[in-house]
Design a protein around this ligand. Structure first.
Ligand SMILES: NC(=O)c1ccc[n+]([C@@H]2O[C@H](COP(=O)([O-])OP(=O)(O)OC[C@H]3O[C@@H](n4cnc5c(N)ncnc54)[C@H](O)[C@@H]3O)[C@@H](O)[C@H]2O)c1
Length: 243
């Protein structure tokens, strides 16, 4: 099966939820992980190194990538999982600073991380980038214009980046999670009524857990998906296929 022994990965949002699960799964498959998060490390293992920083900080990203390359010589894969929820208001009541902040973290963060990591991958003509998008790039509810815009843009940018990097044998895909129990959503889903209502909307009948998403990410990081690029893969228990 999958074996990431001797390989090096960078995972953003590695201190919680989907990013943390990705980091844990990579390590369990033998890989080394550099985690990037604005919060402290959640993993304490020899094959894990943590950079406490924001994905919006371009010079910190450049320094971090150079440090990883100096130590490990290569970067085999990047998972862009850091993200924030939007302001939860109708768009006509959103503050422009709040809108910009969501775009900076969810979209520009993916751009900046991918830019510096792909330069290293291009030299080796090999690599995998997996971006975490969302069902909210395709299926909408009220009060999410900032978040939905950022995730729709992540899906479009994933395909555009895939074309730029195809000549370099670097595959870029995104995973669109549905309702997933993480740090971002625990406060809502810990309410039994919200959990029950949400589960009624999911054909598979249950909330996603971080491992449901990170398992798809592992496939996209592995050689098993070498012929997939520029695609957005839904991992949502069937949510988006309903009318
Ligand atoms: N939970 C869901 O239902 C769900 C559904 C679809 C998509 N997603 C996406 O999955 C990704 C992971 O979210 P999660 O649900 O695991 O949430 P989470 O809050 O548990 O984890 C997100 C992590 O990103 C980090 N982070 C936030 N802003 C950052 C920044 N500027 N720089 C560095 N790190 C930063 C946080 O500190 C946190 O550790 C996000 O992109 C989110 O939009 C989540």
């Amino acid at each position: 099966m999958m074996d990431f022994t001797g390989k090096t990965y960078i995972v953003t949002g590695a201190s919680s939820g989907i990013g943390l699960s990705c980091a844990e799964q990579i390590i369990s498959l033998g890989g080394h992980v550099t985690g990037v998060d604005k919060n402290e490390a959640a993993i304490d293992e020899a094959s894990y190194e943590h950079f406490r920083m924001s994905v919006t900080d371009e010079s910190a990203i450049e320094n971090m990538v150079n440090t990883v390359l100096d130590k490990n010589g290569q970067i085999n894969g990047l998972v862009n999982a850091a993200g924030i929820w939007g302001s939860g208001k109708p768009f006509y009541e959103m503050e422009s600073e709040a809108f910009q902040n969501v775009m900076d973290v969810n979209l520009k963060g993916v751009f900046l991380m991918s830019k510096y990591v792909s330069k290293a991958m291009m030299l080796r003509k090999k690599g995998k980038i997996v971006n975490i998008s969302c069902i909210r790039a395709a299926v909408f509810r009220n009060n999410m214009a900032d978040y939905a815009a950022s995730k729709g843009a992540v899906v479009s940018m994933t395909s555009a980046m895939a074309l730029d990097l195809a000549p370099y044998n670097i595959q870029v895909n995104s995973v669109a999670p549905g309702f997933t129990y993480t740090g971002m959503t625990a406060a809502s889903f810990d309410n039994p009524e919200v959990k029950e209502q949400s589960e009624k909307l999911i054909p598979n009948g249950r909330l996603g857990m971080p491992k449901d998403i990170s398992s798809v990410v592992m496939f996209l990081l592995s050689e098993m998906s070498d012929y997939m690029t520029g695609t957005n893969v839904f991992a949502d228990g069937g949510y988006h296929i309903q009318k």
